[in-house]
Ligand binder design. Structure first.
Ligand SMILES: [Zn+2]
Length: 80
């Protein structure tokens, strides 16, 4: 395996800036956020009560920050 100075195997410039906690301000990458304990997952039925249109392939995933605050993030619905 050859290693170069810069790696380009991540999403690059299109990558989201990160997921910030509203309480402790910790900013995590999507991968780091995914490692946090799952609090709840809100699907179409719940969100549809709040917004008139909701894409079928998205859910709102809420995870618990290490400071205890909930952090919500849009995520693609898992197939199956
Ligand atoms: Zn936090």
């Amino acid at each position: 395996m050859h290693r170069r100075g810069s790696e380009s195997n991540v999403d690059g410039s299109a990558a989201p800036p990160g997921v910030a906690c509203g309480r402790c301000r910790t900013v995590r990458s999507a991968g780091e956020w995914s490692a946090l304990p799952l609090r709840s997952e809100i699907g179409e039925a719940e969100v549809a009560a709040l917004v008139s249109r909701w894409p079928d392939d998205l859910v709102v995933v809420v995870r618990t920050c290490t400071c205890g605050a909930p952090i919500a993030r849009l995520a693609p619905r898992r197939a199956g």
